[in-house]
Design a protein around this ligand. Sequence first.
Ligand SMILES: [Zn+2]
Length: 240
Amino acid sequence: METELLYLDDSYLRRTSASVVEVSDDALALDRTVFYPTGGGQPHDTGTLESGGRSWPVTAVKKQGAVVWHTIGGEDPLPEMGTEVEAILDWDRRHALMRTHTAMHLLCGVIWNEYGKAVTGGNMEPLAGRMDFEFDPLPEGFAERVTAAVNTEIEADRRIEVSFLDRDDALTDQDLIRTKVNLIPESVTTIRVVDIVGLDRQADGGTHVAHSAEVGRFEIAKTESKGKGNKRVRIRLHDR
Ligand SMILES: [Zn+2]
């Protein structure tokens, strides 16, 4: 059994019809979904499943193997196997996460271009996030310079394109090597690539906006040292 992951091709898809293919105590597996499951530093979507005038809140989403499980809140009995449902995202939360995820990649691209430093980890919530970089120490004027450079990339309204590469091709691609494509498990034979055209290109499974101007205004809220060769950058996004 496998859930078709509609968000990989179209991050702007807000709803889909789907069939319930498995039911557990508090969660449902669907044959296809628009819900992003927690992973890759991006938290899960929320929203509702609807069928026959009834509605169930989706409070968590996780992927187990090839199947996406939607945790259902509330006390109502879950729909049965085979039920046709409408799966509907909380779009405000999802779109905020798309803006945030793209902002993180803008930050990666700017820091690589300005300083040649790689990212070592990160996490996000809607309109805020943190990323760790291999600095020791942070250069003078770092926050001001990077904030200005990221906002310049936002104003340039770069296109963001998603494509799919064979693993063998991805492993010889210089941009993808730099962003550690080799760490993706060997069982993954098709690599999804998110390209902020002209700035940053990396293997990534997350949801992104289609144009960088949609990110809004970028701010570095705080920088912290997390030990030798590891500096944490906390970001926030604002509407323009
Ligand atoms: Zn990413």
